[in-house]
Design a protein around this ligand. Structure first.
Ligand code: ATP
Length: 371
């Protein structure tokens, strides 16, 4: 096991495409770091440079105390798990898992012991004599994991290992990967475009956009304190409501307010206390960010003047435990969560938007509002 230190990493492909730009990450020994971002942001390229499958254009990668820029992939002592599983179709499951150990000339009895132990952990024991072609996607994925685990490498490098599985299996395997990584304590870099996977798996999450690292931190920190609009919108499902507003100071009351379409709202004092510099932006345009669940303490129209935002709901999505209610606003559509109560209060019980007065309160700017 080892720490991985990525310093000023860059990749320019031969055709001139810059895929990764000045990426620096310090991944602790035993840490689970998730690299996340939209398609094409460079996360796979970054991982492949760490694995030794892609030439490094700029910067360095250090694994343990060894700079590995010029070390071939097979000598880096890392195990890669791919989206495609990359199993050998002509070998049975036992031999697929044992492959790396045979290459390293591990004694036969030791191979047998280790493969069977891994097969037990991954519940693959009854499939050891079958070929990959006869297994389900989930089983193949477990074989790919088994092949990585059995080697006891210094690090796991995983590239979207769950994306070929259906939604239910994905959740099961996600939990299994988390358990295995925790039990083995192997430093892991995990690439995904799925922010839910990133948030649930990562000790820390690194968000990339167009080859550039945007923010790195524990999932909750990214959720509560996104460093920019991109991270704010990317992290969280349903995503943060991002509402275009204009900031202004009420000449008479001295209250600091925002204009949303034709509505005027006070910003919470707690927010102004946290961000006193905001007052300097009176007259400017801004984007207000409110998480859907922060709108749940909604009330009927007539709530505290200056603190509420009103709109007519135009779509209700029932998702079992949650109900999402969409409100069109001039500034941006807004989504709220946990609004059964809101629907009931509005006199509609389950079926928004059939309110008597045609207006439903969306919510107030909570102390967690971001500007
Ligand atoms: P995805 O989630 O779709 O796999 P990604 O974030 O992993 O995306 P990369 O595969 O690392 O992104 O690609 C980053 C950028 O580099 C993209 O613009 C891609 O088109 C480009 N790219 C990838 N491989 C090559 C290549 N061999 N030659 C030229 N450009 C490439």
């Amino acid at each position: 096991m080892a720490e991985i230190v990525i310093d000023g990493l860059g990749k320019v492909y031969p055709d001139g495409t810059r895929a990764v730009n000045d990426l620096s990450l310090d991944i602790q020994d035993g840490e689970f770091l998730v690299l996340v971002g939209p398609s094409g942001c460079g996360k796979t390229t970054a991982l492949r440079m760490v694995a030794g499958l892609e030439q490094i254009s700029e910067g360095t990668v250090r694994i343990g105390d060894q700079v590995v820029n010029n070390v071939p992939a097979r000598d880096r002592d890392v195990a890669m798990v791919f989206q495609s599983y990359a199993l050998y179709p002509h070998l049975n499951i036992f031999e697929n898992i044992a492959f790396g150990l045979r290459l390293r000339k591990v004694p036969k009895a030791e191979i047998d012991k280790r493969v069977r132990e891994v097969a037990r952990v991954l519940e693959l024991e009854e499939h050891l004599t079958r070929k990959p072609g006869n297994l389900s996607g989930g089983q193949r994925q477990r074989v790919a994991m088994g092949r990585a685990i059995v080697r006891e490498p210094r690090a796991f490098l995983m590239d979207e290992p769950l994306s070929n599985l259906d939604a239910k299996l994905r959740v099961q395997m996600r939990a299994q990967i988390a358990r295995i990584q925790r039990d083995l304590g192997v430093t892991t870099v995990y690439v995904t475009h799925d922010q839910t996977e990133a948030m649930t798996l990562g000790d820390r999450v690194a968000v990339m956009k167009r080859g550039v690292l945007q923010q790195v931190g524990p999932p909750q920190e990214l959720y509560d304190h996104p460093c920019n609009l991109f991270v704010a919108g990317f992290v969280g499902s349903p995503g943060m409501n991002l509402i275009c507003v204009e900031l202004h100071e009420d000449g008479q009351t001295g209250r600091f307010r925002v204009r949303v379409g034709d509505q005027h709202l006070d910003l919470p004092e707690s927010l102004l206390h946290r961000r006193p510099a905001l007052r300097g932006y009176a007259g400017s345009k801004a984007v207000v960010g409110i998480r859907p669940e922060d709108m749940e303490d909604a009330e009927i129209v007539g709530g505290t003047e200056g603190a509420t935002l009103t709109s007519v709901a135009d779509l209700v999505e029932a998702m079992g435990s949650d109900v999402l209610v969409h409100f069109p606003l001039d500034a941006a559509p807004v989504v709220t969560e946990d609004t059964r109560e809101l629907a009931r209060d509005a006199g509609t019980d389950e079926t928004l938007p059939a309110t008597d007065d045609g207006v439903v309160l969306v919510g107030r700017f909570s102390p967690r509002t971001h500007v």
